[in-house]
Design a protein around this ligand. Structure first.
Ligand SMILES: Nc1ncnc2c1ncn2[C@@H]1O[C@H](COP(=O)(O)OP(=O)(O)OP(=O)(O)O)[C@@H](O)[C@H]1O
Length: 942
């Protein structure tokens, strides 16, 4: 509110006192508002410079008192505290600041890509998208594979050019006609559709923002164009000009066909018929300029060489650009224009070296607005939209357009097309306003690695990326400054509002001067009422450059938070009678550029001679300057640029190194995975081989079962050792102690009932299948396969402490019970001298699998006490196969009848054992083993 009021008052004062009209400089030198801190008295020019972010941002040192007076006249010597205060003033006063508008435009899939058919960008809503890394690389996974970005609006790929224009640029055109400034710039990686958005395509109704803007402007001021004797100069001033002024007239286009051939026919795009209601109290005039920032130099794209005198006359400083054959450059007519030469180059089969001359222009401070303008930039008056488009097309020829791998017609420079509107009140010729709308087609950011650029092109890519990087840094610094100021203003008693502490507020230096691009538009971001800025982010979701697109998105998020200050009311232009042309001694440098050479194209070389002016005279209206100080500043500036360049190189190298390391790591991990896989496979095979070997051994021993039986009866601990594996397998006799306790009852197996045997069940089976022993080698083991019943019973007791497998599965236990019983029965029958050797090969359907599940335990049991369980197919098979026969034999044994009572007891217990879970098993087994002890004693008696 304060700003509006103050501005409105100022405007009223201007009108009542006119003439002369008060300009931006007057606005800048206004009386401090209540919100402004008391600042040192400065000359108007000084104040203007201070407001417009300083030309010499590094000045932050104590200035000796003796020199203060002189230094105070120079804006470049503003100390940091003042700069901060000025920045704060802008911020505080411009309560109408609003963030940069950011729009996202998604490019449709075209035939040219074909790399990926799946877009990595998902349209979530009208304001947000989600980006997901298509590669899903490990690097991305470490960070984030998916990210959501928000914009003021997201335009789908099918959005029509007309709709896109109406939503993004038309509001700025409206403001342009009412006297306010605007900036539209496209940002995105190469091949993402920036140029298409600005210029349009070749199909009908595909005109881009720029031709549509021209259409709407001329539609709207139709009948309102008068003879306005003013030409815009610098940023916000006009000067009187004669109609015959050569600089104001259209470039001399002698061969439009050549242009059409080079650029393609753009007239097929059609016209935009939108009309904006313009103030009919004014006369309007349209002036356009077209510049490019290429390799950190600013060039005029509308300048021709019709005014050239001689090569040696370049020192005159007259802007010119020309393309001539080196062999005959001095004999060619001076009027030879760039586009004519380009056309002749295109039609010529000659490989002559061409001489290209053009002059780099310098940026200068505009003391009236505090911003920067391109000194010597040609500005031409156009009366129709056709004229304006023709000028634009001819300017495009001079724009550096080379093909790269990434985009066959890639823009290698930032193109800045500016439409200036001069408005003069019909009743008052001194009521003059000038406004401008700059439409910027930024060069595509790309990684040189992707585009495989080399040599001169690599340098181009470096400079393009540098300026975009600096743009990002500026946005970042601006955002952080604005946040700090907002925080300071929000915190009461911090001395900001009362001005007592304004000098202590430390604000980051915004590095506008590190790049020509940012230097040119710095006023839009820090100026008081420069105008609105719109950023259009172009993205090609089918492009492989996911990382680059992520950077673009992040930059957009950053820019969206930076505020600009649109003018509330138009500001009158300062009318200058005459602005002297500046005569400089230019610097020259020459480069040779090779073009063509592949695919049957002609090879040509261009010798580019760039004539540059020193920047020492950029501040025409400044007071006397100290050359030494200026030289030092220039040096610092150079060093800064070098520092940034090297930082950029480092960043690229670092990124590439990281990528390489990640790749290497990934490869190593894959190799390790393969190795481990192989080893696992080998281990499995070895285990299988071992198991087979064990089975074979057991089969082998089964053939000597009668001997084993004899040996088993001797009650000695027998075992065998498997040579190959070094493991010990024995049939451990842990019953010695029990035998001692039960006297000679160790032979009582014949008296045990089948149920009792069943009670000792699987543990016995397991104990027979594998038991560790260190006592006997394999050679002595063929006799050890037979077991006595009492051994089984004792084993069952022991096993109760150590065995851990087979308890989870009751069914399994039951099956194993049967196996164990059969073995015991087998032994019992063996006691009677009727041992039948088991079948060497297991029958299908036997319980082999169940037994196999019990692989050897990892822990080797203590000798003579614990039981090591080992799966053994052969043993299980033999045991189960002999069950039936042995049980039949045992049925006839009278011993069963003798111990009927015991059997009944056991039988009562057995179902409990079978059905109880893990917890009850120990008790049940104890009972069973008690039965076994009884049996031993019975047997002993017998
Ligand atoms: N919205 C769209 N509809 C149809 N075609 C499009 C669209 N956007 C871009 N294209 C096409 O995609 C191609 C690349 O677009 P363009 O040249 O505009 O990319 P760029 O971002 O300007 O690249 P560079 O920065 O390298 O100049 C062109 O052939 C263009 O016609």
């Amino acid at each position: 509110m304060a700003t509006r009021k103050a501005t409105g008052t100022r405007q009223a004062a201007i009108r009542s006192n006119a003439p002369p009209r008060v300009t931006r400089s007057a606005a800048a030198s206004r009386a401090p508002s209540a919100l402004e801190p008391p600042s040192p008295k400065l000359a108007p020019a000084e104040k203007t410079k201070t407001a417009g972010t300083t030309r010499k941002p590094l000045v932050n040192r104590n200035i000796p008192d003796a020199t203060t007076k002189e230094v105070a006249k120079k804006p470049s010597k503003v100390v940091k505290g003042k700069a901060a205060a000025s920045f704060k003033n802008d911020f505080v006063e411009s309560d109408s600041r609003e963030p940069i508008k950011a729009y996202l435009r998604i490019r449709p899939q075209l035939d040219d890509t074909g790399i990926s058919s799946v877009p990595y960008l998902k349209h979530l809503s009208s304001t947000s998208v989600q980006m997901t890394d298509p590669s899903g690389s490990s690097r991305s996974r470490l960070n984030q594979t998916s990210q959501i970005y928000t914009f003021n609006h997201v335009f789908r790929s099918e959005t029509m050019q007309s709709d896109f224009f109406a939503s993004t640029t038309l509001p700025l055109v409206r403001e342009l006609l009412s006297g306010q400034n605007g900036l539209v710039f496209t940002y995105g990686v190469t091949n993402s559709g920036k140029t298409y958005t600005i210029q349009g395509g070749s199909q009908p109704d595909t005109a881009g923002l720029l031709p549509r803007t021209l259409d709407v402007v001329f539609n709207s001021i139709e009948g309102l164009q008068g003879d306005i004797p003013f030409r815009p100069v610098r940023l916000a001033s006009v000067e009187k000009v004669a109609e015959s002024d050569s600089q104001s007239t259209l470039p001399d286009v002698q061969d439009e066909k050549a242009i059409a051939d080079v650029l393609g026919e753009l007239s097929a795009q059609g016209k935009d018929s939108t009309i904006i209601k313009a103030d009919r109290n004014y006369h309007y005039a349209v002036w356009i300029s077209y510049a490019e920032v290429y390799n950190e130099k600013v060039f005029d794209l509308l300048s021709d060489d019709t005014s050239n005198k001689d090569d040696d006359d370049a020192s005159s400083g007259t802007p010119r650009i020309g393309l001539q054959r080196a062999t005959s450059s001095r004999t060619l007519p001076r009027s030879t224009s760039t586009w004519q030469n380009l056309a002749s180059l295109a039609s010529s089969s000659s490989t002559d070296v061409l001489l290209v001359k053009r002059k780099a222009l310098s940026l200068k401070n505009d003391p009236d607005s505090g911003g920067k303008y391109v000194s010597g930039l040609r500005i031409v008056k156009v009366r129709t939209t056709e004229e304006a488009k023709r000028v634009f097309r001819t300017g495009n020829i001079n724009r550096r357009v080379f093909g790269t791998l990434a985009n066959a017609a890639s823009s290698r420079s930032h193109g800045v097309f500016t439409i200036n509107i001069v408005r003069v009140h019909k009743a008052d010729q001194t009521d003059v306003t000038v406004s401008r709308l700059s439409i910027v087609d930024l060069a595509g950011s790309e990684r040189s690695k992707n585009a495989q650029t080399t040599g001169e092109r690599l340098k181009e890519a470096g400079n393009i990326n540098k300026s975009l990087m600096v743009l990002g840094q500026c946005m970042e610094a601006l955002r952080s400054n604005q946040r700090r100021l907002a925080a300071s203003l929000a915190a009461p008693g911090r001395g900001i509002l009362d001005g007592s502490n304004h000098g202590n507020l430390k604000l980051a230096i915004v590095p506008f001067r590190h790049s020509k691009l940012t230097e040119l538009f710095q006023d839009f971001f820090v100026g008081e009422r420069e105008g609105r800025a719109v950023m259009i982010v172009n993205v090609n979701p089918y492009d492989t450059g996911f990382d680059e697109n992520s950077h673009v998105m992040r930059f957009a998020a950053l820019a969206k938070e930076v505020s600009t200050a649109p003018a509330v009311v138009p500001i009158n232009a300062k009318i200058k009678e005459n602005i002297k042309p500046v005569t400089k001694i230019p610097q020259r440098r020459s480069v040779v550029i090779a073009t063509g050479g592949k695919g049957g194209r002609k090879v040509s070389q261009a010798h580019l001679e760039i004539v540059e002016e020193d920047e020492e005279n950029e501040d025409d209206n400044d007071g006397p300057t100290d050359p030494l100080v200026d030289a030092l500043f220039e040096e610092i500036e150079d060093l800064r640029i070098k520092l940034y360049e090297s930082e950029m190189r480092c960043a690229i190298v670092e990124a590439e190194t990281r990528e390489e390391v990640m790749k290497e790591m990934e490869e190593r991990m894959m190799a390790m995975e393969r190795n481990f896989g192989k080893r696992l496979l080998r281990a499995v095979e070895q285990n299988e081989a071992k198991t087979d070997a064990k089975i074979d051994l057991l089969h082998q021993y089964g053939a000597f079962s009668s001997k084993q039986q004899d040996d088993a009866e001797s009650d000695e601990e027998v075992s065998f050792e498997e040579e190959e594996s070094g493991e010990y397998f024995d049939i451990h006799e842990g019953e010695d102690d029990l035998s001692d306790e039960n006297g000679t009852a160790s032979q009582s197996s014949a008296t045990s009932s089948p149920l009792q045997h069943k009670g000792s069940k699987s543990k016995s089976a397991h104990s027979t299948s594998a038991r560790p022993s260190k006592s006997k080698p394999r050679e002595s083991s063929p006799e050890c396969i037979g077991l006595r019943e009492d051994e089984m019973a004792i084993d069952a007791v022991d096993a109760d402490e150590t065995m851990t497998i087979g308890e989870d599965d009751e069914e399994e236990e039951d099956e194993e019970d049967e196996v164990a019983s059969s073995i015991v029965d087998d032994e019992s029958s063996d006691d009677e001298g009727s041992w039948l050797p088991p079948s060497p090969t297991p029958e299908p359907g036997d319980d082999e699998d169940e037994l196999l599940l019990h692989s050897p335990p990892a822990v080797k049991p203590a000798p003579g006490k614990s039981i090591k369980k080992t799966s053994n197919k052969g043993l299980a098979s033999k045991a189960t196969q002999s069950i039936d026969g042995l049980q039949n034999r045992m049925k006839h044994m009278s011993l069963f009848e003798d111990e009927e009572d015991e059997e009944m007891d056991s039988a009562e217990e057995e179902p409990v054992v079978a059905k109880k879970g893990r917890g009850s098993k120990a008790i049940a087994k104890t009972k069973v083993s008690g039965g076994a002890s009884t049996r031993r004693s019975t047997r002993g008696k017998k």
